[in-house]
Design a protein around this ligand. Structure first.
Ligand SMILES: Cc1cc2nc3c(=O)[nH]c(=O)nc-3n(C[C@H](O)[C@H](O)[C@H](O)COP(=O)(O)O)c2cc1C
Ligand code: SF4
Ligand code: SF4
Length: 264
């Protein structure tokens, strides 16, 4: 059986979770596809497609939704959804499920994994969640993976393999989706420390919303900016800052503790 997992990962937690899941899916070989690098996917080449994204203001990021929107309509191709979150995922899984179902994938399962926080303002407030996932959360993820594997293999063997509705907690269902303008406003204007910037272009290349132009240092287009903090998190010199946050709270890649827990 051949599968693909299409993922959007700002700082690597989600990518790590996808690699962990793929390694545990004995009997199903997965290609991992970064949605920021793939204009299109040949969905017909796969028996199952996984969709993974991190929670970005209680929902999946627009770059993920745009990717799903570009996919061709299906005829019930089995799919699953996976999200990671640092605090509370809100309706992320529901929104992911709805976007995938709108393309007529048959969503068989979904899971939200608690992971360390990548949102600098939360990290600065001491809410880094470095211990996530705890033993119970990791065990729930393992159970999700083994049930998903069984369901997909049963389905391929003609043994049923029924879908399981994607469930989110009551608390998550109460979380409102925040308009993107407020996320952008929360982050506010970005500035560049000219003494630190080496004009390397990493921020421009990595901005998922093409909101940065190098001239010769980054210039931000606030109309396009999504407030995703990717440029802030990934600048190797920590040269990008905002009115409230400077040189603190960066999360450029998964911490060692998470890498250890999701080692394959
Ligand atoms: C811009 C931004 C918004 C976020 N919003 C939320 C949120 O609403 N709820 C939450 O639990 N975590 C939120 N997070 C934390 C991430 O979802 C979490 O750390 C995730 O594991 C990051 O995955 P990644 O490393 O694959 O990007 C946010 C992170 C960023 C950068
Ligand atoms: S990533 Fe940092 S150092 Fe590189 S160009 Fe952008 S601001 Fe300058
Ligand atoms: S400019 Fe920075 S915060 Fe805005 S969308 Fe691009 S990477 Fe994200």
């Amino acid at each position: 059986m051949k599968g693909a997992i299409c993922y959007y990962s700002g700082s690597g937690n989600t990518a790590l979770a996808c690699r962990y899941l793929a390694a545990k899916m004995e009997g199903i070989e997965f290609d991992l596809i970064d949605v920021t690098e793939a204009e299109a996917v040949d969905t017909g080449a796969y028996d199952v497609i996984g969709f993974a994204a991190f929670t970005d203001f209680f929902g999946p990021s627009q770059v993920f939704l745009d990717f799903v929107d570009r996919l061709p309509h299906q005829d019930g191709t089995p799919a699953f959804v996976l999200s990671t979150h640092g605090f509370i995922s809100g309706k992320t899984l529901r929104i992911m499920e709805a976007s995938v179902a709108a393309k007529e994938f048959r969503v068989v399962a979904g899971h939200a994994l608690h992971t360390p926080e990548s949102y600098p303002p939360m990290i600065v407030r001491g809410r880094d969640n470095e211990q996530a996932p705890n033993a119970k959360e990791l065990s729930a993820f393992d159970t999700f993976i083994s049930e998903l594997r069984r369901r997909l293999l049963d389905s391929q063997a003609g043994l049923g393999g029924a879908s399981r509705p994607v469930r989110i907690s009551f608390l998550n269902s109460l979380m409102p989706s925040r308009p993107r303008t407020s996320a952008r406003k929360d982050m506010g204007e970005k500035y560049v420390d000219e003494a630190l910037c080496t004009e390397c272009g990493i921020c421009e290349k990595g901005c998922p919303y093409s909101a940065i132009r190098l001239d010769p240092r980054p210039v931000f287009d606030m109309k396009k900016c999504y407030g995703c903090w990717s440029c802030y998190n990934h600048c190797p010199e920590k040269a990008i800052y905002t009115k409230k946050f400077r040189g603190v709270g960066h999360y450029p890649r998964p911490i060692d503790l998470l890498k250890e827990k999701l080692r394959v």
